[in-house]
Design a protein around this ligand. Structure first.
Ligand SMILES: *Cc1c(COP(=O)(O)O)cnc(C)c1O
Length: 813
């Protein structure tokens, strides 16, 4: 892209200050991206509570010169070029739609309730031998993702594939203007109507708007959809049962595959796909229809369809061998997704040293010399310490890279694995499918059993923003990451909170804080429960202790004076009714006397904790705690002449006692997607999904039993699956004996017999499943709140009880 700012101004309806002759060559919305430079046009999007305008001073310091803003931040007017608009997201969309108009090749637009990303990835695979394709990276299908995808088109492309996702009415017409698809595909529309729509008809009609100006719409024939399609839309439909469809298909199951028999016009032929589930079959047919429409011959369709593969769209971070962190993106390699993966690497780097294992880049739409020049620039601007290249092409261009080692193929790298000395580094694994980089990932991954707790980083951001939206703008936010981030991971979550500009982190013990500081977290960290023996370490690592007793205060003062500290921040905890830790009213005289004339420390904040913020039957008690906090803290402030941060609210307090926000709140469980109030839970996103697999399946007869103590007796022939997760992993033993269930293939499988230490058994008599199939222990369903309720406990206990031997994997969608 190369555009002058003066041409952009009218397209996005901006008022401008600065130099209109400036050229821009990239667009960015991500302040963390290391590609932001003087030719970048930065759109400062203003989310619910994460407003990118706040990053502008940092970006100017890094050399970014061009900003689209809804206001010019104070004192920056003369420091950069500003395009002032009413709504920066609208401006990004207008820009994308203007940019899109300069290209005139076929664009496939995909929407539907399920399968969009898979259809897009498969079409890319099926068509890439013949086209230079630009497609949405990952599942960039939103109001922000779509414009960013379209902006990546360049002159060398000759086919585009973009997906569009909407959650409510009037969103699709915006996406239609940006994608301007010529060929439309409607994937599975689902039967449930989503929250953003009044009914299923409205949802479908809205989705169909994507195709308003398409030359054709490909879809599965269905009377409801038919009744909603505009009469002027040309369609190309398929069906399993309606002979009026343009293409009629029958299916036959083969072992682990499906044979499709296709009749279209005068031709009929078979094609085999390596899947048996309904969703994959429908998605494969959507792709097949596109190939037919584009005029592909049956032979080619047959040859390529049988090679379809499972699509992995998530970027994951896992722990690796020898103190490494692995960012696994071993399924695709194109320039766009490389850029996204490098941004993610920067955000999640746990070890300073950054390594990338990179295969040949496939399908960029650029000549190879230009492509590898761009890739090397990307690698350099991202400050990658070493590059390990795999493939003939990248080998040819190894001169363009510093610190590169290359291998002809993946097996060569693997035989040289020992000499690569992977340790104390963050490693991005990024390769095209044919390079089978999963072989490398499995060598680098820390070996644990098949059970993983997957943590959705997008959901954490969402939940954080939800609670921020409840705060007054000036209220600060401390996020509690004690107990390994409520079992969800320490560093990775802290890193994300740092990006979101949380003000404080809270941990229970000094060790937890030390681990975060040592990994490079710079946010201030309060330690709730500092032991006297840890005071030196607390000072050394710049942690901030909570002081809750005169004894503790004296001990800390002694060390602080010995070390000649000045104004070292401490937090004074008041007991207003919880009766756990803290100074009571009677202690205040002594506290004030001790704190007077102590230049070595400074009261940074005064806090208290509520015993019943979640339970409105104790409303009066909660009010009395707040009143006492007000009284005691006011007295401290007055008699010591100090003006510290005051805070008393936890998650439920934020929701139930908004008037007591004071200067800061302490968010805990809500960040992890759990609210004590069911009406609030629906606004939160599920963060953790505990997954395992089926180890073995057997059939037992009536009268036979399962597990220790024979607590399950089959009353009829029963199919039993064994899952390698037990109470040592944190599954309460009481969750067995048909109280609890797991999900397999979206169906409930009741846990039979007692949960064992490392295993549990479930009844899968009515589920069509195989050994090795994935199992969900908890996540969306069953969720931890439900499990906790059934077991007479609280979600906190379930979440923090998941043992450390369960591997955590973090991902971003
Ligand atoms: C754990 C904790 C919190 C957070 O509580 P949630 O209910 O998880 O929001 C806040 N303050 C203190 C002192 C805590 O110990």
């Amino acid at each position: 892209m190369s555009l002058k700012i003066q041409h952009i101004i009218p397209e996005i309806h901006a008022r401008f200050s600065g130099n209109p002759d400036t050229e821009i060559d990239t667009v960015s919305i991500d302040s963390r991206s290391l590609q932001n430079n003087s030719q970048t046009l930065f759109f400062a999007l203003a989310g619910l509570n994460n407003d990118a305008h706040q990053y502008i001073p940092d970006l100017i310091a890094k050399g970014v010169q061009n900003f689209v803003v809804n206001h010019i931040p104070k004192d920056l007017e003369s420091k950069a070029n500003f395009l002032l608009v009413e709504n920066t997201l609208q401006a990004l969309q207008d820009f994308a739609s203007y940019y899109r108009k300069s290209f005139h090749f076929p664009i496939i637009g995909i929407t539907g309730s399920n399968g969009k990303t898979i259809v897009k990835e498969w079409l890319n695979f099926l068509l890439s031998p013949d086209y230079n394709i630009i497609r949405s990276p990952k599942s960039y299908n939103s109001q922000v993702g779509v414009p960013l995808s379209v902006i990546s088109i360049n002159e060398k492309h000759n086919l585009g594939i973009f997906e569009a996702g909407i959650s409510t009415v009037r969103e699709m017409e915006k996406l239609e203007k940006i994608i301007q698809p010529t060929i439309g595909i409607l994937t599975n529309i689902g039967s449930a109507h989503d929250e953003g729509f009044q009914n299923l008809e409205e949802k479908i009609s809205e989705k169909l708007r994507l195709f308003e100006h398409s030359e054709v719409l490909i879809y599965q024939k269905n009377t409801l959809v038919d009744s909603l399609i505009d009469a002027t839309t040309k369609t190309f439909s398929w069906s399993f049962n309606d002979k009026n469809a343009n293409v009629f298909i029958t299916q036959k199951q083969l072992s682990e595959k499906t044979q499709l028999s296709i009749s279209y016009d005068t031709i009929s032929f078979n094609a085999i796909i390596p899947f048996q589930d309904k969703a994959s079959i429908e998605n494969a047919i959507s792709c097949l229809m596109a190939l037919l429409y584009l005029g592909y011959l049956p032979e080619i369709i047959q040859e390529r369809m049988q090679l379809l593969y499972s699509v992995e769209m998530r970027l994951k971070v896992k722990n690796g061998i020898n103190n490494t962190a692995i960012v696994d993106d071993s399924y695709s390699s194109d320039y766009q997704s490389l850029k996204i993966a490098l941004d993610f690497l920067e955000q999640q780097k746990q070890y300073k040293k950054k390594t990338i294992i990179l295969s040949d880049i496939i399908q960029s739409g650029l000549p190879t010399d230009e492509l590898y020049k761009k890739v090397s620039e990307l690698v350099t601007s991202n400050k990658i310490d070493r590059v390990i290249g795999v493939g003939e092409e990248i080998g040819t261009y190894s001169n363009s890279f510093k610190n590169i080692i290359t291998y002809k193929n993946t097996d060569d790298l693997i035989s040289d694995f020992k000499n690569l000395n992977f340790e104390n580094e963050t490693i991005l694994i990024k390769g095209a499918r044919i390079f089978q980089f999963e072989k490398i990932t499995s060598l680098l991954e820390e070996k644990t059993h098949e059970t993983v707790l997957e943590i959705n980083l997008n959901a954490i951001s969402h939940n954080l923003n939800f609670f921020k939206s409840k705060l007054k703008p000036q209220t600060k936010l401390m996020v509690m990451v004690k107990a390994f981030g409520y079992g969800s991971g320490g560093f990775e979550i802290a890193k994300l909170l740092e990006y979101h500009k949380a003000d404080y982190l809270g941990v229970a013990f000094a060790d937890e804080g030390i681990a975060l500081k040592s990994a490079g977290i710079t946010l201030p960290i309060m330690v709730l429960n500092p032991e006297n023996t840890s005071f030196s370490a607390i000072i050394e690592h710049n942690l901030e202790p909570e002081i809750y007793s005169i004894k503790g205060l004296r001990a800390f003062l002694k060390i602080a004076e010995q070390k000649n500290l000045e104004q070292f921040p401490v937090h004074i905890k008041l007991d207003t009714g919880m009766h756990r830790l803290g100074f009571q009213e009677d202690d205040l005289d002594e506290l004030i006397a001790t704190l007077k004339n102590t230049p070595s420390i400074k009261v940074k904040s005064i806090l208290s904790h509520m015993a019943t913020s979640d339970d409105l039957t104790h409303h009066e008690f909660a009010k009395s705690q707040i009143a006492l906090f007000e009284k005691l803290s006011a007295r401290l402030m007055q008699e010591l002449s100090i003006n510290p941060i005051r805070h008393i609210l936890n998650t439920s307090g934020i929701s139930n006692y908004p008037e007591a926000q004071y200067d800061m709140v302490r968010l805990g469980i809500g960040l992890y997607g759990v609210s004590n109030d069911p009406s609030e839970t629906k606004y939160l996103e599920n963060v953790g999904t505990l997954k395992s697999i089926i180890s073995q399946i057997r059939t037992i007869q009536s009268g036979e039993s399962v597990g220790y103590g024979r607590r399950f007796m089959a009353s009829k022939e029963t199919k039993i699956a064994t899952i390698p997760i037990g109470y040592a992993d944190g599954i309460p033993r009481s969750w067995g004996n048909q109280l609890g269930y797991v999900m397999i293939k979206n169906q409930k499988a009741s846990i039979v017999g007692s949960v064992c230490m490392d295993m549990l058994m479930v009844d899968v008599s009515t589920i069509d499943c195989l050994e090795g199939d994935p199992v969900i222990i908890f996540g969306e369903d069953p969720n931890v709140t439900y499990i906790a309720e059934k077991l007479g406990t609280i979600p906190y206990e379930i979440l923090t009880g998941i043992s450390h031997r369960v591997k955590r994997v973090f991902y971003r969608e």
